[in-house]
Design a protein around this ligand. Structure first.
Ligand code: HEM
Length: 463
Protein backbone atom coordinates (compact mmCIF):
# COMPACT_ATOMS: atom_id res chain seq x y z
CA UNK A 1 0.00 0.00 0.00
CA UNK A 2 2.95 2.33 0.51
CA UNK A 3 3.64 1.98 -3.20
CA UNK A 4 6.88 2.40 -5.09
CA UNK A 5 7.45 5.93 -3.78
CA UNK A 6 6.56 5.76 -0.05
CA UNK A 7 7.67 9.36 0.65
CA UNK A 8 4.94 10.60 -1.70
CA UNK A 9 2.28 8.22 -0.34
CA UNK A 10 3.11 9.23 3.24
CA UNK A 11 3.00 12.92 2.34
CA UNK A 12 -0.52 12.46 0.92
CA UNK A 13 -1.59 10.61 4.08
CA UNK A 14 -0.16 13.39 6.27
CA UNK A 15 -2.32 15.93 4.47
CA UNK A 16 -5.29 14.01 5.84
CA UNK A 17 -4.00 12.75 9.21
CA UNK A 18 -1.56 15.44 10.28
CA UNK A 19 2.16 15.98 10.87
CA UNK A 20 2.52 13.25 13.52
CA UNK A 21 0.84 10.06 12.29
CA UNK A 22 0.80 6.74 13.99
CA UNK A 23 0.48 3.58 11.96
CA UNK A 24 1.10 -0.03 12.63
CA UNK A 25 3.29 -1.64 10.03
CA UNK A 26 3.03 -5.34 10.77
CA UNK A 27 3.88 -5.62 14.46
CA UNK A 28 5.85 -2.39 14.63
CA UNK A 29 4.32 0.84 15.94
CA UNK A 30 5.50 3.44 13.47
CA UNK A 31 5.36 7.21 13.76
CA UNK A 32 5.60 9.28 10.60
CA UNK A 33 6.71 12.88 11.04
CA UNK A 34 5.86 15.31 8.24
CA UNK A 35 6.21 18.92 9.36
CA UNK A 36 9.24 21.01 10.42
CA UNK A 37 7.81 21.80 13.89
CA UNK A 38 7.14 18.11 14.53
CA UNK A 39 10.59 17.10 13.21
CA UNK A 40 12.16 19.53 15.67
CA UNK A 41 10.37 17.79 18.55
CA UNK A 42 11.82 14.41 17.55
CA UNK A 43 15.32 15.40 16.42
CA UNK A 44 16.10 18.26 18.80
CA UNK A 45 13.83 18.60 21.83
CA UNK A 46 13.72 14.83 22.48
CA UNK A 47 16.78 13.80 20.45
CA UNK A 48 18.15 11.60 23.25
CA UNK A 49 15.01 9.44 23.22
CA UNK A 50 14.99 8.96 19.43
CA UNK A 51 18.71 8.56 18.70
CA UNK A 52 18.65 4.80 18.21
CA UNK A 53 18.06 2.72 15.09
CA UNK A 54 15.77 -0.25 14.66
CA UNK A 55 17.38 -3.61 14.06
CA UNK A 56 16.75 -4.29 10.39
CA UNK A 57 17.33 -7.53 8.55
CA UNK A 58 19.45 -5.75 5.95
CA UNK A 59 22.06 -4.74 8.52
CA UNK A 60 22.45 -8.34 9.68
CA UNK A 61 23.71 -9.20 6.21
CA UNK A 62 25.21 -5.97 4.92
CA UNK A 63 26.58 -4.54 8.14
CA UNK A 64 28.02 -7.77 9.52
CA UNK A 65 25.43 -7.93 12.30
CA UNK A 66 25.15 -4.14 12.80
CA UNK A 67 28.83 -3.49 13.31
CA UNK A 68 28.95 -0.34 11.19
CA UNK A 69 27.57 3.05 12.18
CA UNK A 70 24.41 3.94 10.28
CA UNK A 71 22.26 0.98 11.39
CA UNK A 72 23.76 0.43 14.81
CA UNK A 73 21.75 0.99 17.97
CA UNK A 74 22.60 3.92 20.20
CA UNK A 75 25.29 3.03 22.75
CA UNK A 76 29.04 2.89 23.41
CA UNK A 77 29.94 0.92 20.27
CA UNK A 78 28.11 3.32 17.98
CA UNK A 79 29.64 6.30 19.81
CA UNK A 80 33.16 4.91 19.36
CA UNK A 81 32.70 4.14 15.69
CA UNK A 82 31.25 7.58 15.06
CA UNK A 83 34.05 9.32 16.96
CA UNK A 84 36.64 7.29 15.10
CA UNK A 85 35.20 7.98 11.62
CA UNK A 86 34.68 11.66 12.32
CA UNK A 87 38.20 12.06 13.62
CA UNK A 88 40.12 9.87 11.18
CA UNK A 89 38.28 10.51 7.94
CA UNK A 90 35.55 13.11 8.03
CA UNK A 91 36.98 16.04 9.99
CA UNK A 92 37.51 19.34 8.13
CA UNK A 93 41.29 18.92 8.48
CA UNK A 94 41.28 15.36 7.06
CA UNK A 95 39.06 16.31 4.16
CA UNK A 96 41.34 19.21 3.38
CA UNK A 97 44.25 16.77 3.01
CA UNK A 98 42.54 15.28 -0.04
CA UNK A 99 42.18 18.59 -1.91
CA UNK A 100 44.86 17.75 -4.48
CA UNK A 101 43.35 14.34 -5.10
CA UNK A 102 39.91 15.90 -5.75
CA UNK A 103 41.55 18.36 -8.12
CA UNK A 104 43.29 15.61 -10.11
CA UNK A 105 40.15 13.52 -10.45
CA UNK A 106 38.07 16.52 -11.50
CA UNK A 107 40.64 17.63 -14.05
CA UNK A 108 40.60 14.26 -15.67
CA UNK A 109 36.79 14.38 -15.90
CA UNK A 110 36.90 17.90 -17.42
CA UNK A 111 39.43 16.69 -19.99
CA UNK A 112 37.21 13.81 -21.05
CA UNK A 113 34.27 16.21 -21.30
CA UNK A 114 36.35 18.58 -23.45
CA UNK A 115 36.85 15.69 -25.88
CA UNK A 116 33.10 15.01 -25.85
CA UNK A 117 32.44 18.71 -26.47
CA UNK A 118 34.80 18.72 -29.46
CA UNK A 119 33.06 15.66 -30.88
CA UNK A 120 29.63 17.18 -30.06
CA UNK A 121 28.42 13.93 -28.53
CA UNK A 122 25.81 13.22 -25.87
CA UNK A 123 27.27 12.57 -22.41
CA UNK A 124 25.73 10.34 -19.75
CA UNK A 125 26.13 12.90 -16.97
CA UNK A 126 24.85 10.56 -14.24
CA UNK A 127 27.40 7.92 -15.22
CA UNK A 128 30.27 10.41 -15.27
CA UNK A 129 29.35 11.93 -11.90
CA UNK A 130 28.95 8.55 -10.18
CA UNK A 131 32.28 7.45 -11.65
CA UNK A 132 33.99 10.59 -10.40
CA UNK A 133 32.69 10.32 -6.82
CA UNK A 134 33.48 6.62 -6.81
CA UNK A 135 37.10 7.34 -7.80
CA UNK A 136 37.43 10.06 -5.18
CA UNK A 137 36.02 7.86 -2.42
CA UNK A 138 38.23 4.97 -3.40
CA UNK A 139 41.31 7.17 -3.15
CA UNK A 140 40.28 8.54 0.26
CA UNK A 141 39.53 5.18 1.79
CA UNK A 142 42.05 2.91 0.15
CA UNK A 143 44.86 5.30 -0.78
CA UNK A 144 45.04 4.23 -4.41
CA UNK A 145 43.30 4.56 -7.75
CA UNK A 146 40.23 2.51 -8.39
CA UNK A 147 40.94 -0.62 -10.33
CA UNK A 148 38.65 -2.59 -12.59
CA UNK A 149 38.49 -5.70 -10.45
CA UNK A 150 35.43 -4.47 -8.54
CA UNK A 151 32.27 -2.86 -9.79
CA UNK A 152 31.74 -0.79 -6.65
CA UNK A 153 29.09 1.41 -8.22
CA UNK A 154 26.69 -1.44 -8.97
CA UNK A 155 27.29 -2.99 -5.57
CA UNK A 156 26.63 0.31 -3.80
CA UNK A 157 23.48 0.95 -5.81
CA UNK A 158 22.15 -2.50 -5.00
CA UNK A 159 23.05 -1.95 -1.31
CA UNK A 160 21.17 1.37 -1.22
CA UNK A 161 18.16 -0.12 -2.90
CA UNK A 162 18.16 -3.06 -0.45
CA UNK A 163 18.76 -0.83 2.58
CA UNK A 164 15.85 1.43 1.64
CA UNK A 165 13.38 -1.31 0.75
CA UNK A 166 10.34 -1.74 2.99
CA UNK A 167 11.17 -5.28 4.00
CA UNK A 168 8.10 -7.13 5.31
CA UNK A 169 10.36 -9.27 7.50
CA UNK A 170 11.25 -6.14 9.49
CA UNK A 171 7.61 -5.70 10.41
CA UNK A 172 6.36 -9.27 10.64
CA UNK A 173 9.38 -11.33 11.74
CA UNK A 174 8.09 -14.76 10.69
CA UNK A 175 7.99 -13.55 7.07
CA UNK A 176 11.79 -13.65 7.15
CA UNK A 177 11.85 -17.41 6.65
CA UNK A 178 9.49 -17.18 3.66
CA UNK A 179 11.45 -14.43 1.88
CA UNK A 180 8.32 -13.35 0.00
CA UNK A 181 10.02 -10.34 -1.57
CA UNK A 182 13.18 -12.22 -2.50
CA UNK A 183 15.20 -9.76 -0.40
CA UNK A 184 17.04 -12.31 1.75
CA UNK A 185 18.38 -13.93 -1.40
CA UNK A 186 19.58 -10.52 -2.65
CA UNK A 187 21.09 -9.66 0.78
CA UNK A 188 23.08 -12.88 0.72
CA UNK A 189 24.27 -12.42 -2.86
CA UNK A 190 25.33 -8.83 -2.25
CA UNK A 191 27.05 -9.77 0.99
CA UNK A 192 29.07 -12.40 -0.83
CA UNK A 193 30.30 -10.00 -3.50
CA UNK A 194 31.01 -7.26 -0.97
CA UNK A 195 32.82 -9.53 1.42
CA UNK A 196 35.07 -10.85 -1.30
CA UNK A 197 35.98 -7.32 -2.37
CA UNK A 198 36.64 -6.11 1.19
CA UNK A 199 38.74 -9.18 2.01
CA UNK A 200 40.97 -8.54 -1.01
CA UNK A 201 41.40 -4.87 -0.10
CA UNK A 202 42.22 -5.63 3.54
CA UNK A 203 44.61 -8.45 2.65
CA UNK A 204 46.48 -6.16 0.25
CA UNK A 205 46.83 -3.51 2.93
CA UNK A 206 48.17 -6.02 5.41
CA UNK A 207 50.66 -7.44 2.92
CA UNK A 208 51.86 -3.96 1.94
CA UNK A 209 52.33 -3.02 5.56
CA UNK A 210 54.28 -6.22 6.25
CA UNK A 211 56.53 -5.89 3.23
CA UNK A 212 57.24 -2.17 3.72
CA UNK A 213 55.82 -1.37 0.26
CA UNK A 214 53.80 1.48 1.59
CA UNK A 215 56.55 4.00 1.02
CA UNK A 216 55.24 5.02 -2.41
CA UNK A 217 52.10 6.39 -0.75
CA UNK A 218 52.20 9.65 1.19
CA UNK A 219 50.46 8.58 4.35
CA UNK A 220 48.33 5.92 5.97
CA UNK A 221 44.89 5.62 4.43
CA UNK A 222 41.66 4.92 6.27
CA UNK A 223 41.99 1.12 6.02
CA UNK A 224 45.57 1.21 7.36
CA UNK A 225 44.41 3.31 10.30
CA UNK A 226 41.58 0.94 11.10
CA UNK A 227 43.83 -2.08 10.90
CA UNK A 228 46.33 -0.52 13.26
CA UNK A 229 43.47 0.30 15.60
CA UNK A 230 42.51 -3.36 15.81
CA UNK A 231 45.81 -3.82 17.62
CA UNK A 232 45.78 -0.69 19.77
CA UNK A 233 42.09 -0.12 20.55
CA UNK A 234 42.58 3.64 21.08
CA UNK A 235 38.89 4.39 20.85
CA UNK A 236 37.68 1.80 23.24
CA UNK A 237 36.57 1.92 26.84
CA UNK A 238 34.93 -1.41 27.46
CA UNK A 239 34.56 -4.89 26.03
CA UNK A 240 31.45 -4.22 23.92
CA UNK A 241 32.78 -1.14 22.24
CA UNK A 242 35.84 -2.76 20.68
CA UNK A 243 36.64 -2.27 17.03
CA UNK A 244 38.59 -5.47 17.34
CA UNK A 245 38.19 -7.74 14.41
CA UNK A 246 37.89 -7.85 10.68
CA UNK A 247 34.13 -7.84 10.59
CA UNK A 248 34.11 -4.50 12.44
CA UNK A 249 36.59 -3.09 9.96
CA UNK A 250 34.63 -4.39 6.98
CA UNK A 251 31.31 -3.06 8.31
CA UNK A 252 32.77 0.40 8.88
CA UNK A 253 34.44 0.57 5.46
CA UNK A 254 31.16 -0.44 3.94
CA UNK A 255 29.28 2.36 5.71
CA UNK A 256 31.82 4.85 4.47
CA UNK A 257 31.57 3.60 0.87
CA UNK A 258 27.78 3.52 0.93
CA UNK A 259 27.54 6.85 2.77
CA UNK A 260 29.91 8.67 0.48
CA UNK A 261 29.29 7.57 -3.10
CA UNK A 262 25.60 7.40 -3.75
CA UNK A 263 24.67 10.45 -1.68
CA UNK A 264 27.00 13.04 -3.23
CA UNK A 265 26.51 11.70 -6.76
CA UNK A 266 22.72 11.67 -6.44
CA UNK A 267 22.70 15.23 -5.11
CA UNK A 268 24.91 16.43 -7.99
CA UNK A 269 22.80 14.79 -10.71
CA UNK A 270 19.69 16.49 -9.28
CA UNK A 271 21.35 19.92 -9.14
CA UNK A 272 22.53 19.60 -12.75
CA UNK A 273 19.09 18.38 -13.84
CA UNK A 274 17.41 21.41 -12.28
CA UNK A 275 19.95 23.76 -13.88
CA UNK A 276 19.32 22.16 -17.28
CA UNK A 277 15.59 22.67 -16.81
CA UNK A 278 16.12 26.29 -15.75
CA UNK A 279 18.47 28.00 -18.23
CA UNK A 280 17.98 31.33 -16.46
CA UNK A 281 19.41 29.91 -13.22
CA UNK A 282 22.22 28.22 -15.20
CA UNK A 283 23.15 31.57 -16.82
CA UNK A 284 23.04 33.36 -13.50
CA UNK A 285 25.38 30.78 -11.97
CA UNK A 286 27.76 31.07 -14.93
CA UNK A 287 27.82 34.85 -14.49
CA UNK A 288 28.73 34.39 -10.86
CA UNK A 289 31.51 31.97 -11.88
CA UNK A 290 32.73 34.45 -14.52
CA UNK A 291 33.16 37.10 -11.89
CA UNK A 292 34.59 34.94 -9.07
CA UNK A 293 36.74 32.50 -11.08
CA UNK A 294 37.05 34.26 -14.45
CA UNK A 295 36.86 33.21 -18.10
CA UNK A 296 40.65 32.91 -18.27
CA UNK A 297 40.87 30.37 -15.51
CA UNK A 298 39.68 26.77 -15.89
CA UNK A 299 40.19 25.57 -12.37
CA UNK A 300 37.60 26.34 -9.69
CA UNK A 301 39.59 26.35 -6.46
CA UNK A 302 38.04 25.13 -3.22
CA UNK A 303 38.81 28.57 -1.80
CA UNK A 304 36.46 30.06 -4.43
CA UNK A 305 33.51 28.09 -3.10
CA UNK A 306 32.84 30.37 -0.12
CA UNK A 307 32.36 33.30 -2.53
CA UNK A 308 29.76 31.54 -4.68
CA UNK A 309 26.53 32.68 -3.05
CA UNK A 310 24.21 31.88 -5.91
CA UNK A 311 25.67 28.36 -6.13
CA UNK A 312 24.81 27.95 -2.47
CA UNK A 313 21.18 28.92 -3.12
CA UNK A 314 20.96 26.58 -6.13
CA UNK A 315 22.20 23.66 -4.03
CA UNK A 316 19.85 24.39 -1.14
CA UNK A 317 16.91 24.65 -3.52
CA UNK A 318 17.79 21.39 -5.23
CA UNK A 319 18.21 19.55 -1.90
CA UNK A 320 14.87 21.00 -0.74
CA UNK A 321 13.08 19.47 -3.73
CA UNK A 322 15.23 16.35 -4.04
CA UNK A 323 16.52 15.36 -0.60
CA UNK A 324 18.89 12.49 -1.23
CA UNK A 325 17.48 10.39 1.63
CA UNK A 326 13.76 11.16 1.32
CA UNK A 327 12.87 9.47 4.65
CA UNK A 328 16.31 9.89 6.33
CA UNK A 329 17.31 6.61 8.03
CA UNK A 330 14.66 5.22 10.41
CA UNK A 331 15.11 6.17 14.07
CA UNK A 332 13.87 4.16 17.05
CA UNK A 333 12.64 5.39 20.44
CA UNK A 334 14.57 4.16 23.47
CA UNK A 335 11.84 4.79 26.07
CA UNK A 336 8.11 5.50 26.37
CA UNK A 337 7.36 9.16 25.83
CA UNK A 338 4.44 11.56 25.33
CA UNK A 339 4.88 14.08 22.54
CA UNK A 340 2.26 16.67 21.64
CA UNK A 341 -0.21 14.63 23.71
CA UNK A 342 0.53 11.44 21.78
CA UNK A 343 1.82 8.45 23.72
CA UNK A 344 4.69 6.83 21.86
CA UNK A 345 5.85 3.45 23.20
CA UNK A 346 9.47 2.41 23.52
CA UNK A 347 10.88 0.75 20.38
CA UNK A 348 8.60 2.64 18.01
CA UNK A 349 10.01 3.24 14.57
CA UNK A 350 10.26 6.90 13.62
CA UNK A 351 10.17 7.91 9.98
CA UNK A 352 10.97 11.56 9.24
CA UNK A 353 9.57 12.51 5.85
CA UNK A 354 12.28 14.92 4.73
CA UNK A 355 10.71 15.06 1.28
CA UNK A 356 7.50 16.45 2.84
CA UNK A 357 9.38 18.95 5.04
CA UNK A 358 10.83 20.64 1.96
CA UNK A 359 7.35 20.99 0.50
CA UNK A 360 5.42 22.20 3.54
CA UNK A 361 3.39 25.14 2.19
CA UNK A 362 3.21 26.66 5.68
CA UNK A 363 6.92 27.42 5.61
CA UNK A 364 7.73 27.52 1.90
CA UNK A 365 4.70 29.47 0.52
CA UNK A 366 2.58 28.42 -2.46
CA UNK A 367 5.10 27.72 -5.18
CA UNK A 368 6.60 24.77 -3.30
CA UNK A 369 7.06 22.60 -6.39
CA UNK A 370 8.90 25.32 -8.30
CA UNK A 371 12.71 25.38 -8.49
CA UNK A 372 13.42 28.97 -7.45
CA UNK A 373 16.84 29.51 -5.80
CA UNK A 374 16.04 33.20 -5.25
CA UNK A 375 13.67 32.20 -2.44
CA UNK A 376 16.81 32.08 -0.25
CA UNK A 377 17.79 35.71 -0.92
CA UNK A 378 17.76 37.55 2.40
CA UNK A 379 16.88 34.35 4.28
CA UNK A 380 19.21 32.71 6.74
CA UNK A 381 17.75 29.22 6.31
CA UNK A 382 20.64 26.81 6.55
CA UNK A 383 20.83 23.13 5.55
CA UNK A 384 23.09 21.88 8.32
CA UNK A 385 20.36 20.69 10.67
CA UNK A 386 19.40 23.86 12.47
CA UNK A 387 16.34 24.77 10.37
CA UNK A 388 13.91 21.89 10.28
CA UNK A 389 12.26 22.81 6.98
CA UNK A 390 15.56 21.91 5.28
CA UNK A 391 17.38 18.94 6.80
CA UNK A 392 18.83 16.93 3.90
CA UNK A 393 21.61 15.76 6.27
CA UNK A 394 19.25 15.00 9.15
CA UNK A 395 19.83 16.68 12.49
CA UNK A 396 20.92 15.92 16.04
CA UNK A 397 22.93 12.96 17.30
CA UNK A 398 22.24 10.85 14.21
CA UNK A 399 22.73 13.69 11.74
CA UNK A 400 25.13 12.96 8.88
CA UNK A 401 28.79 12.86 9.97
CA UNK A 402 29.88 13.22 6.31
CA UNK A 403 28.13 16.54 5.71
CA UNK A 404 31.28 18.58 5.18
CA UNK A 405 32.67 16.09 2.67
CA UNK A 406 29.29 15.79 0.94
CA UNK A 407 28.86 19.55 0.61
CA UNK A 408 32.44 20.03 -0.59
CA UNK A 409 31.90 17.41 -3.30
CA UNK A 410 28.60 18.84 -4.47
CA UNK A 411 29.80 22.46 -4.56
CA UNK A 412 33.09 21.71 -6.25
CA UNK A 413 31.76 19.37 -8.93
CA UNK A 414 28.74 21.51 -9.85
CA UNK A 415 30.84 24.70 -9.92
CA UNK A 416 33.53 23.10 -12.09
CA UNK A 417 31.16 21.52 -14.62
CA UNK A 418 29.03 24.64 -14.99
CA UNK A 419 32.08 26.91 -15.18
CA UNK A 420 33.70 24.98 -18.04
CA UNK A 421 30.67 24.05 -20.13
CA UNK A 422 27.36 25.16 -21.53
CA UNK A 423 24.99 22.23 -21.20
CA UNK A 424 22.06 21.38 -23.43
CA UNK A 425 19.53 18.57 -23.48
CA UNK A 426 20.07 16.12 -26.36
CA UNK A 427 18.17 15.92 -29.66
CA UNK A 428 16.47 19.31 -29.26
CA UNK A 429 14.57 18.04 -26.21
CA UNK A 430 12.71 20.89 -24.50
CA UNK A 431 13.35 21.61 -20.83
CA UNK A 432 9.80 20.62 -19.91
CA UNK A 433 10.31 17.18 -21.47
CA UNK A 434 13.10 16.21 -19.10
CA UNK A 435 11.82 13.32 -16.99
CA UNK A 436 12.33 14.25 -13.33
CA UNK A 437 11.00 11.11 -11.69
CA UNK A 438 12.91 9.44 -8.88
CA UNK A 439 13.28 5.91 -7.58
CA UNK A 440 13.00 5.09 -3.89
CA UNK A 441 15.72 3.50 -1.80
CA UNK A 442 17.82 4.65 1.09
CA UNK A 443 18.77 7.30 -1.47
CA UNK A 444 16.44 8.48 -4.22
CA UNK A 445 18.34 9.11 -7.45
CA UNK A 446 16.88 9.98 -10.84
CA UNK A 447 14.88 7.14 -12.37
CA UNK A 448 16.51 7.81 -15.74
CA UNK A 449 20.11 8.86 -16.28
CA UNK A 450 20.69 12.51 -17.08
CA UNK A 451 21.96 12.92 -20.64
CA UNK A 452 23.30 16.22 -21.97
CA UNK A 453 25.59 17.77 -24.58
CA UNK A 454 28.46 19.95 -23.32
CA UNK A 455 30.02 22.89 -25.19
CA UNK A 456 33.27 24.29 -23.88
CA UNK A 457 32.80 27.95 -22.94
CA UNK A 458 36.06 29.36 -21.55
CA UNK A 459 38.82 31.36 -23.30
CA UNK A 460 41.68 29.12 -22.13
CA UNK A 461 42.27 25.43 -22.76
CA UNK A 462 45.02 24.53 -20.27
CA UNK A 463 44.83 23.88 -16.56
C1 HEM B 1 25.28 14.88 -0.25
C2 HEM B 1 25.82 14.11 0.62
C3 HEM B 1 25.13 13.45 1.79
C4 HEM B 1 23.83 13.50 2.19
C5 HEM B 1 22.68 14.27 1.57
C6 HEM B 1 23.72 12.68 3.39
C7 HEM B 1 22.55 12.48 4.12
C8 HEM B 1 22.48 11.75 5.27
C9 HEM B 1 21.26 11.56 6.05
C10 HEM B 1 19.91 12.16 5.71
C11 HEM B 1 21.56 10.76 7.11
C12 HEM B 1 20.57 10.22 8.17
C13 HEM B 1 20.28 11.21 9.24
C14 HEM B 1 19.25 10.70 10.22
O1 HEM B 1 18.91 9.52 10.21
O2 HEM B 1 18.74 11.51 11.02
C15 HEM B 1 22.96 10.42 7.01
C16 HEM B 1 23.62 9.61 7.89
C17 HEM B 1 24.89 9.15 7.68
N1 HEM B 1 25.76 9.57 6.68
FE1 HEM B 1 25.40 10.93 5.25
N2 HEM B 1 24.94 12.14 3.65
C18 HEM B 1 25.84 12.59 2.72
C19 HEM B 1 27.18 12.31 2.64
C20 HEM B 1 27.83 11.41 3.46
C21 HEM B 1 29.23 11.07 3.36
C22 HEM B 1 30.20 11.71 2.37
C23 HEM B 1 29.48 10.11 4.31
C24 HEM B 1 30.74 9.38 4.67
C25 HEM B 1 31.78 9.25 4.00
C26 HEM B 1 28.23 9.87 5.00
C27 HEM B 1 28.06 8.96 6.02
C28 HEM B 1 26.91 8.84 6.80
C29 HEM B 1 26.79 7.92 7.94
C30 HEM B 1 27.84 6.93 8.40
C31 HEM B 1 25.52 8.13 8.48
C32 HEM B 1 24.90 7.44 9.71
C33 HEM B 1 25.15 8.26 10.96
C34 HEM B 1 24.62 7.61 12.22
O3 HEM B 1 23.68 6.83 12.16
O4 HEM B 1 25.18 7.92 13.29
N3 HEM B 1 27.26 10.68 4.47
N4 HEM B 1 23.50 11.04 5.88
Amino acid sequence: MLGKLPHRTLQELAKKYGPIMSMRLGYVPTIVVSSPEAAKLFLKTHDTVFASRPKLQVSEYLSYGTKGMAFTEYGPYWRNVRKFCTHELLSVAKIDLFKTMRREQLESLVQSLMEAAKAEVVVDVSEKVFGLIEDMTYRMLFGRNKDDRFDIKSIVQETMSLAGAFNMADYVPFFAALDLQGLTRRFKETNKVLDKMLEIIIEEHIQEANSGQRSHRHELDFVDIMLSLMKKSTYTHDEQSYINDRTNVKAIILDMIAGAIDTSATAIEWVLSELLRHPRAMRQLQEELNSVVGMNQIRVEETDLAKLNYLDMVIKESLRLHPVATLLIPHESMEDIVIDEYYIPKKSRIIINCWALGRDPKVWSDNVEEFFPERFIGSNIDLRGRDFQLIPFGSGRRGCPGMHLGLTNIRLVVAQLVHCFHWELPDGMSTSDLDMSEIFGLTSPRAKHLLAVPTYRLRVQDF
